[in-house]
Write a protein that binds this ligand. Structure first.
Ligand code: 4GX
Length: 246
């Protein structure tokens, strides 16, 4: 997958993409990321990219021409690239969107600053607006990184192959079950006995039940949309609330 990031702050992207899983994916060529400085596409000699809003009001608005020229430059190489604007006005980002976007060969991520971008950018060049949540960032850069991180781990070869299979089916749209590793006792808190039992079907059942417990307690909205088997419904019914779930 190719990703072009249009930003006024390309340096923000250097270290997150050098580390760990994302760094390896880039090294392996599974994902190609470029940053494009919108300022390089400004037309005047002072490379101005913002201006005061028509109608008055606070702050500055990103000018249409530099963004238009930057997008058109990318599109001249990749006409079918899909252009996303990161903004709190967009569709809320979720795993389903990450999955759909992971099938696109080329993304353009447009990161705005100030009070936003001239509306004509959206009208003429943007295919989709995406929000990573109901809070206000200082710019779209961190939101773009969130998208890239969530999408990259779904690309073939980025994680172990067995990982994605599990995610797809059984545990989709449930919260995760609790995890433990050694030691089996820490400051008087014991690892649940079943996990030490070696009884794999009992372990599976316990994990499913704990995932259901957490989801019903913390995110009942997710449970309403989950595909539950009759066994799941039985597990939910026999469940007593646990103190540790609040
Ligand atoms: N999920 N921001 C965009 C500039 C801006 C201001 C007003 C449009 C209108 C964000 C988010 C986010 C901060 C990116 C403001 N754009 N992006 N930026 N939440 O908060 O994606």
């Amino acid at each position: 997958m190719k990703v072009d990031i249009l930003t006024l702050f390309p340096n923000m992207f250097s270290s997150p993409f050098q580390e760990s899983i994302l760094g390896k994916a880039i090294e392996k060529g599974l994902i190609q990321i470029r940053t494009i400085n919108i300022r390089d596409y400004a037309l005047d000699k002072h490379q101005v990219v913002d201006d005061t809003p028509y109608g008055g009001g606070q702050g500055m608005v990103m000018k249409v021409e530099p963004i238009a020229r930057a997008i058109e430059w990318v599109k001249s190489q990749a006409p079918s690239a899909w252009t996303i604007h990161l903004t709190p006005q967009g569709n809320p980002f979720n795993q389903k969107m990450a999955q759909n976007l992971s099938n696109r060969p080329h993304l353009i991520l447009l990161c705005g600053r100030y009070e936003g971008i001239d509306e004509r950018v959206r009208e003429l060049f943007v295919d989709e607006e995406v929000s990573i949540g109901d809070y206000v960032l200082t710019g779209g850069e961190l939101a773009a990184m969130v998208l890239i991180d969530a999408i990259s781990r779904l690309l073939p070869g980025v994680l172990g192959s067995d990982r994605s299979a599990e995610e797809d089916s059984f545990f989709q749209s449930l919260l995760e079950y609790p995890q433990y590793t050694r030691p089996s006792s820490f400051r008087g808190v014991e690892v649940p006995e079943v996990l030490l039992s070696g009884n794999h079907s009992a372990i599976e059942r316990w994990r499913r039940k704990e995932a259901l417990r957490r989801t019903s307690k913390r995110r009942p909205d997710l449970l309403a949309n989950a595909q539950l088997s009759s066994e799941d419904k039985k597990l939910l019914e026999e469940m007593l609330p646990k103190k540790s779930d609040g």
